[in-house]
Structure formats: structure tokens, C-alpha cells
Design a protein around this ligand. Structure first.
Ligand SMILES: [Zn+2]
Length: 302
């Protein structure tokens, strides 16, 4: 739903944190050296492209190999995200997942779920140690594309509900990933109110429904469907009712009066009343802010 906010120059640090990792099974080599020796010939890509290539690059690598490594144990053993040793699976390296999470805490802005903007996924301190409330979803499934299991731009900080309970892995987003710099869902797709009866005004939740509508195309349909967004926002119609009622209490003339009375600009009055982040770059900071902004646009407040 919202494009992920990364710090600048994070690729080098990410690459270093994985590529220089050592493990007993590498026999004195680093991850990078082990990859170059045993995997590069098969995967035909530089490790740097696999780990830190942008999402377009990852799609290229995905297309190049298709699903042929789906059941390939050799690939899964090296590109191991979180699996522990079992009788029939022995990863070459483990414990990368906590390391990757720490990296995201440091280099990625995590406030609300980038997929749904419904839940907080913030970090917090416990006994002076930073903890987080996010999961990292593999946009391109690690089961199907194991060679992309550790790729920086294949990981989306998201809430547990999106990652583990809702996302339908059968519906691939492909290039519509919030990790992709071309991701423009925020601008293209808007929440819209539809009245059940056009002759009546909205007083209660049954009077209307809310749906995500894309302007001029339907490229994001799979994204909306896979994350079940329309149905999940049904629960949050209370927010829309609040905004509509407030709008009735504060028509433009009243906003103007308040501005004169308080010496604040009309923009400031609107922010006080509707508590919304008015520009796209702050939407990820609070839950339901995309819904709020889109509805306020429809109510002609912003
Ligand atoms: Zn979510």
C-alpha cells in the first residue's frame, strides 16, 4: 500500500553483513567466497546482485531461473533465512534472520505495516535493547525462489496478519511490490465511499461501503486481492463515519472562522481537527492514514 522508506546507502552495509558471514560448514570461507566457489556457476549472478539488486533486478533473476530451484536442497541450504537443522535438512548457515531484522530496525523506517497500513509495526526498547513488532515478508516466496530468500528488496516489513494469516501466496504481486521504487499504489489507488442509497446521507456503517479503486487501470487488483484489503477495511468504516460527521460540523465557513479566531492558518486548523498527515511522505507513520487522507480528499477537505 505504501512504498517502503529506506535510508540511503544501505546496500553496502547489507551486503557486508551477509557476505562476510562465516559458518563452520563454509570451512574457513566467508559466505561470499563459498558462494563464488560452489554456487556462482549455477546461479549465474554476482552475489551482490542477488542480495542487493533492486526489485527489478530480482525479477530478472527470477525470470531467468523460473521455478527450477523450488525443490533444490543445495540452494536452500545456503540461502537459508530461518530454518533450523532437522533430520532431512541441514542449513550451511543459520541465524541470519535475527541479523536481517536488526538491519531493518536500523536502516528502514518501521512504523505501520507497509502492506495494509492498519497495524503498528514499530520498534521499542526492552531492557535497553531494541525490539520490533514487525515480520519480514518475502514478496517473492522463498519456498518457490529460494535463491531470493536473503535478498534485501525481497523483504517487506509487515504485520503478522498480512504476512502469516492473509497474504495469498498463489496470487503473486510481481512488480507491484512496496520494495520497488516504481511502486505507485499510493498515488494510483484511492479509497472511495459508495452510498448504498444515493438519496440518503451517511449516518451509520450500513449506509455505505468503502472500496479501493485504481484510476484508469487495474494493475493493482492482485495486490488488493492477495492482501484481502477491501474486506479488512470494512471493519474500519467507523473512521469514515467520524470524518463525515466532523466534516458536517466543520464546513468551510466554520474552518475560516476558526482560523480568524485562533490566528492559525486553515491548514493548521484542519490538522488539529482531522489529525492527518497531509502529504504522502508521512502516511507510513500512523495506521489508517491512507484511508483518512483519501476520504478527506473525497470530502473536499484537502
Ligand atoms: Zn499488514
Amino acid at each position: 500500500m505504501l512504498k517502503i522508506k529506506y535510508s540511503s546507502n544501505l546496500e553496502d552495509s547489507y551486503y557486508k553483513s551477509i557476505a562476510t558471514s562465516k559458518a563452520d560448514k563454509f570451512k574457513g570461507l566467508t559466505f561470499e567466497e563459498y558462494y563464488d566457489k560452489h554456487y556462482k556457476r549455477i546461479l549465474q549472478s554476482d552475489l551482490k546482485d542477488i542480495l542487493c539488486g533492486d526489485f527489478e533486478k530480482l525479477l530478472e533473476i527470477k525470470t531467468q531461473h523460473g521455478t527450477k530451484f523450488k525443490d533444490d536442497k543445495k540452494t536452500k541450504r545456503l540461502f537459508n533465512y530461518d530454518k533450523q537443522s532437522t533430520n532431512n535438512f541441514e542449513p550451511l548457515i543459520s541465524k541470519l534472520q535475527p541479523k536481517i531484522s536488526k538491519f531493518f530496525e536500523q536502516y528502514v523506517e518501521v512504523h505501520t505495516c507497509y502492506y495494509c497500513n492498519i497495524e503498528f509495526i514499530n520498534t521499542f526498547k526492552k531492557h535497553n535493547e531494541t525490539k520490533n513488532a514487525f515480520t519480514l515478508d518475502h514478496v517473492l516466496e522463498k519456498v518457490t525462489y529460494p535463491f531470493l530468500a536473503l535478498s534485501l528488496y525481497n523483504l517487506a516489513p509487515s504485520c503478522y496478519t498480512c504476512n502469516s494469516k492473509v497474504k495469498d501466496s498463489k496470487i503473486e504481486f510481481d512488480k507491484f511490490s512496496p520494495t520497488n521504487q516504481n511502486f505507485d499504489f499510493t498515488e494510483k489507488v484511492k479509497f472511495k465511499i459508495f452510498l448504498q442509497n444515493p438519496n440518503l446521507q451517511i449516518d451509520k456503517e450500513n449506509d455505505f461501503f468503502v472500496k479501493l479503486i485504481e484510476n484508469f487501470s487495474n494493475q493493482y487488483d492482485a495486490y488488493i486481492e492477495s492482501l484481502n484489503l477491501d474486506d479488512r477495511y470494512e471493519y474500519h468504516k467507523y473512521k469514515v463515519i467520524e470524518l463525515i460527521k466532523k466534516r458536517r460540523d466543520y464546513p468551510d465557513s466554520r474552518l475560516k472562522e476558526l482560523s480568524i479566531l485562533t490566528g492559525k492558518t486553515e491548514e493548521e486548523i484542519k490538522q488539529d481537527l482531522f489529525g492527518v498527515y497531509l502529504d504522502n511522505k508521512n502516511l507510513h507513520k500512523r495506521p489508517l492514514s491512507k484511508l483518512t487522507k483519501d476520504i478527506l480528499e473525497q470530502l473536499e477537505i484537502i
